[in-house]
Design a protein around this ligand. Structure first.
Ligand SMILES: [Zn+2]
Length: 693
């Protein structure tokens, strides 16, 4: 073997460096398995024996403390591959070389590169030249077997866990509120304060329907939530701290609180870049889910309802704002609207109109997800107002129920808080009693111990005093709230819902809350007008038809009736007279304004209505010049005759300018050549030169 080894090591190999690759997979191995590290460094001596000099031996051990399942993120292994690839390595050494890489792909790539760059490989069993087929085969096998070994090991471990889990017998870390008893059965935590806190969390969520509101309620009432420590010197102890949002979510998502044993709620998935991500699975994909495995805090139905509620709330924040908890903003029906076309929940968007925020109800989820136009967009102002009126009309029989519900809610909330705080006092009192007994039992001569025990006792007494103070403080505020303002507003709600609804001091949020107590949902369909199908809680329905607000350009448009009226009036009247006539009839412009002369003139041009002048000319009326010419008199004579009533004329504008009726049989007959003139006027074409309008 040695001879063979020496035949493989050539002068060209010795010219290049020897790389010693030291690998430990986890930090624990680094600490506990120092012997293995020792063996890896022993290889250095082998290299020296084979002829490499000490300064030629490069140790790569930067992967210490990292798992070897993939080459990614393992700088040491990457560096090794690079060095080999550049032809700088004469030999690569490693303990059980196949473990150089735990991943077969990495390993085969290294072999390939070693073969190309004429690099040798050395492990405890011998020396290999990857350029030789037999050696490469052997090394390949070693790599494959190493991977298989790892797999089998893992599968065996996991198999044992899985079969235990499927039977529901696997002992797992229990969430707070549960403990294993002496028979290793899962029981509710015998500590009443812990138990009550968990129950309080579920109660608060049931009432408020939101994790954030639950956190808020705990903070407002000065309540704490337990947490068990799993690490560190205080392992196993319970720590009381402020409730956090993530903790509420965690508790709500944990099936154990519903008495179910579960295993495999998430799966680890490896990304192409080597990172691992945990993917949450749907309950039907879990490895094990055993209902009623032990005592529970809530029923499985409630557990599922809670998750549904969380999902609804989450949607409200993200993809679409459906059924979220009431938020700021005036949109009364936020979270209550449903699109009648596609059945999706509609979202709210605001736009500013006249300095106020006006809601639009949009159905756009399909649009956003599939890049399609918005399905429906509905102006919310008229709709909200109509719903408000409907509520004010309908609410009276329901009012009392609502009021009672609110009152009950407030009372039970206060009572629960008080109970928890009383328990806290009990807990602290027990601790202080214990400290006192310890102090009493100690030998008074043992000053050191006695002093520290006394300090402990004092601290416990202080904690007790604080807990009592908190209890008193909250009891008083709770009572005050119930006595004065709350009771008053409840009574107000019961007695006078319409007044409360219309009171400008009532916040949007309150109105929304009231709407939610009464309305299940509102289905909207936009057609010629807006149809809103209101479904009340309790099943009653009511259909509202609301005229759609006109778009801006249409709002400014002159109604067709007005245009027709103008057309008719111009037959008999000037622009100014027409405007007055329209105003007398109570007609207004598209913008709701009174008419005046210039407006009529503009509308005439816009709608291509013939002017008064054109109309009169079309009827054959003559200008002053024309009639003067036809009568062979000067224009002033025509004016005199007109004033005398001898000639008929019609004003065509508001400056008093007129057109004249052609002289008929009743025309002045003062002329010597009457007949001759009439003949001539009949033959002459009318003067085409129009006077100023
Ligand atoms: Zn839709």
């Amino acid at each position: 073997m040695i001879a063979e080894a020496h035949s493989k090591v050539q002068a060209r190999h010795l010219k290049r460096n020897a790389y010693l690759y030291v690998r430990q997979s986890t930090l624990r191995q680094v600490f506990e398995n120092t012997e293995s590290t020792q063996r890896q460094y022993d290889l250095r001596r082998r290299a020296l024996a084979l002829g490499w000099k000490l300064d030629q031996i490069v140790v790569i051990d930067s992967d210490l403390g990292q798992s070897g399942a993939s080459a990614v993120d393992r700088q040491g292994f990457q560096r090794l591959v690079t060095e080999v690839g550049l032809g700088r390595a004469g030999i690569v050494m490693g303990l059980e070389v196949s473990r150089l890489a735990r991943n077969s792909t990495d390993w085969h790539r290294l072999l390939e590169i070693c073969a190309l760059t004429d690099t040798l490989i050395l492990d405890e069993d011998g020396i290999y030249d990857p350029a030789h087929f037999n050696d490469r085969l052997l090394l390949g096998l070693k790599g494959t077997m190493s991977e298989a070994e790892l797999h089998v090991l893992r599968a065996r471990l996991r198999g044992g866990i899985l079969s235990k889990a499927r039977r529901g017998e696997l002992e797992m870390r229990l969430p707070i509120g549960f403990v294993y008893d002496a028979e290793r059965q899962v029981r509710l935590d015998p500590d009443a304060r812990i138990q009550e806190s968990v129950r309080q969390l579920f109660r608060t969520f049931r009432r408020s329907g939101s994790a954030t509101a639950t956190v808020k309620a705990f903070r407002e009432q000065g309540l704490q939530f337990p947490r068990r420590l799993y690490r560190g010197p205080q392992k196993g102890e319970v720590l009381w701290s402020e409730l956090e949002h993530s903790r509420v979510l965690w508790v709500l998502h944990h099936p154990r609180y519903a008495g179910a044993f579960c295993f495999g709620r998430s799966r680890q998935r490896r990304h192409p870049d080597g990172h691992h991500v945990f993917v949450r699975l749907a309950p039907e994909e879990w490895t094990a889910l055993i209902h009623d495995a032990h005592e529970a805090y809530i029923s499985w139905e409630e557990f599922e309802q809670n998750l549904q509620r969380l999902r609804d709330n989450a949607h409200a924040q993200g993809a679409d704002r459906e059924r979220g908890a009431p938020r700021e903003g005036p949109a009364l029906l936020q979270g209550l609207t449903v699109c009648a076309r596609c059945g999706e929940r509609m979202t709210v968007r605001y736009h500013v109109q006249g300095g106020r925020r006006v809601p639009d109800y949009m159905c756009q989820r399909q649009g956003i997800e599939r890049a399609q136009p918005v399905c429906q967009q509905i102006h919310g102002q008229a709709l909200d107002a109509a719903i408000g009126r409907l509520l004010v009309e309908t609410v009276t029989p329901l009012t009392l129920q609502v009021a009672l519900q609110v009152q009950q809610e407030l009372e039970s909330r206060a009572e629960e808080g008080a109970r928890l705080r009383r328990q806290e006092i009990e807990h602290v009192r027990y601790a202080s009693d214990l400290a006192r007994r310890r102090y009493m039992q100690v030998d008074p001569d043992n000053r050191l111990v006695a002093d520290s025990l006394e300090a402990e006792w004092n601290a416990a007494l202080r904690a007790l005093a604080q807990a009592q103070e908190r209890y008193e403080q909250h009891r008083q505020t709770d009572r005050a709230e119930l006595d004065d303002q709350q009771r008053a507003s409840i009574l107000a709600l019961a007695q006078d819902f319409p007044r409360l609804w219309n009171d400008p001091r009532t916040s949007d949020r309150e109105r929304k809350r009231m709407a939610r107590l009464l309305i299940a949902d509102v289905t909207l369909l936009k057609g010629a007008d807006l149809t809103a199908q209101v479904r009340f809680k309790g099943g009653a329905t009511h259909t509202l038809r609301i005229p759609l607000p006109k778009p801006a350009w249409m709002l400014r448009q002159t109604p067709p009736t007005v245009v027709t009226a103008i057309n008719a009036l111009l037959d008999k009247h000037t622009d100014g007279e027409t405007a007055e006539a329209l105003n007398r009839q109570g007609l207004t412009s598209g913008e709701g304004k009174r008419f005046h002369r210039a407006m009529v003139a503009r509308l005439r041009t816009v709608y291509a209505l013939p002017s008064r002048y054109a109309r009169l000319r079309a009827r054959g009326l003559l200008t002053l010049a024309e009639i003067a010419a036809s009568l062979q008199v000067v224009p002033d004579t025509v004016k005199i005759w007109r004033r005398a009533g001898l000639l008929a004329a019609h004003r065509y504008n508001d400056k008093g300018q007129c057109l004249f009726e052609p002289p008929g049989p009743g025309a002045p007959r003062k002329f010597r050549h009457q007949d001759k003139i009439r003949d001539r006027s009949a033959a002459s074409t009318p003067n085409s030169n129009p006077p100023n309008r």
